[in-house]
Design a protein. Sequence first.
Length: 219
Amino acid sequence: MELRFEELTRAYEGKKVLDLKAGAIVSGSRTGVIGPNGAGKSTLLNLIGGLDRADGGRIYYDGQKQIPKNEITQVFQTPYLITTTVEKNIAYPLKLRGWGEDEIEERVAQLCQELDLTGMRKKKAWKLSGGETQKVALARALSFHPRLLLLDEPTANIDPSTTAEIEKMLIKINEEEKTTVVLVTHNLAQAKRTCDRCLFLKSGQLIETGRADQILANP
Ligand code: ADP
Ligand code: ADP
């Protein structure tokens, strides 16, 4: 899914924290949103995902103004799971969408296999480690094959080996399903490993946009 924004602004308590003249997130890309703390990265992501409303400007999703809620999903730094088992968490969006039991089972089994969760399908969410919790949140987000996946510092509190698994999964779903991935991260090494394009924000402004290898060569 292609995103374009024009004259996008957001202020909190009278202070403008986002002021983007024009920009785009290329369809099928893995775009890193990078920049220092307070640059407006989360604000931009939350506007795209519809969790927050802009004060001015427009966002277009494949040319349309309407947010395609059924095709977008968001993963947060602190994952919130439902207080039930791993497999029920992953199945939840599919139940909401009316998938049949066999289709749900097939999809849950596939995601658990891909994220190495098969051995803990029956485990309760509150007994998981932080890394396991985030993997379940990612599996749940991916369950219905979203066309746009938004992630806000998903590995900030996660151990390196789980971080590597999550990064690998982002690349895989992007390559295999053409899911557009937008990853907010303060970690430039992560952006380098995971992303093919970058938006560099600073003080609410879009400073640079382009290929990740070019932008990250001289950060
Ligand atoms: P980043 O994700 O790049 O660290 P944020 O988008 O979270 O930046 O925040 C941009 C600025 O907006 C920061 O100065 C932050 O303190 C401020 N801000 C974000 N959300 C709110 C809010 N709900 N109320 C007041 N200020 C906010
Ligand atoms: P991130 O680390 O992802 O940039 P933050 O920790 O900046 O996120 O913000 C987490 C939440 O707190 C967001 O929902 C943001 O809108 C809100 N927030 C951020 N800064 C402020 C602030 N100065 N006042 C009130 N809420 C804020």
